[in-house]
Design a protein around this ligand. Sequence first.
Ligand code: CTP
Length: 424
Amino acid sequence: MYGDGRVTTGEEGSGRGRLVGRRVLLVVSGGIAAYKAAELVRRFRGEGAEVRVVATAGALRFVGAATFQALSGNRVRHDLWDEEAEAAMGHIELARWAEVVVAAPASAHLLARLAHGLADDLPTTLVLATEAPLLLVPAMNRVMWAHPATRANVALLRARGAVVLEPEEGEQACGESGPGRLPETPIVVGAVLSLLRPGSGKDALPAVLAGRRVVVTAGPTREPLDAVRYIGNRSSGRMGYAVARAARRAGAEVVLVSGPVALDSPAGVRAIRVETALEMREAALAAARGADLFVAVAAVADYRPARRETGKPAKDPKGALLALVPNPDVVAEVARLDPRPFVVGFAAETGDLEEHCRSKLERKGLDMIAGNLVGPDRGFDTEENALHVFWRGGEARLGPAPKDELARRLVALVARRLAGEEGS
Ligand code: CTP
């Protein structure tokens, strides 16, 4: 899984120059899969990309610099202190040159160094110094991949917007079998294409939110009853994630406050994971101060259990009564900030859409509300959706369309209204 959650194999149309003129910086770290990086260089070049390879000291113990040099057509860099190479293209220049940085294979050690922001060699320094999207392609022994330290490092990197591919299952060089193998070359090429897409192709979005700070809430909240049980809802987070991705593609700096969902953080977006409505309120209010736009897509639980039991209480054969207390209204609190961002709410309704939306618009002090009808087969947990958007003095219908497309149209509409408000 990566980027927009879709897995593109990249198989179709491979070698058709899909990366013509694109600048790929390939970081190779030390692991037996380093030899497969040579094939990646070939494939990137075959697609028309310009490739520069930076290797860790460990990588060069597995594969000689001459191999990468011959395949990439450029000198391989590995030393931060190489005066000759620095004179030709300084490391900051190289970091700026890259349109995408791909670390393949990314060893457990490289992931750990990147997660902690170390800059103790050329590859890690370049990753810190670049603004290009980062694609990490891990390969390692299956136990190292499953280790809590690696899991935590991967989670941290994803939360910061790096795209981390899942290693493949199978026979490993060490003789064991499990997840840890470098994904096949077409998968990696597909991920690169997906990361480079914002600037070109069908997903292009004009930079209507360039320089804007945007906060999006997404997913459900979980309200704990005891140590293991909770009250939740069926929100998948897909619509919120699509809005965050579209805002990023439109040039915004995006913070995504997300309840528990099974989605990867969109590339280039800062994701803050929360569980309860109270945690969502705290994270959302902190992020919303100074933001230009706040889009509340989360399905926040209206109530939470009045008390949270300790441990896991056994069932009572006589039954049980659950006392609930109301949760704060996150979007309404954001709308009361001063100064406040432009605030967009969502409303999932089963009927009387306009009436409910217009009343929520006023009650919560929103600038705009996107309503959608939900039922057994539409709205929540589905791929397609349709929105009816209302603001004071206007309305617009968007879709039905896939959630990514709908999010793009919504972002374009919001950007127009936002610019209009400021201009009036
Ligand atoms: N919302 C929120 N905090 C809450 C509840 C809702 O921020 N505690 C936001 C949602 O993210 C959404 C909007 O409010 O943008 C509308 O959500 P909805 O559940 O329809 O609103 P409610 O006030 O709960 O309305 P209802 O009375 O229909 O339950």
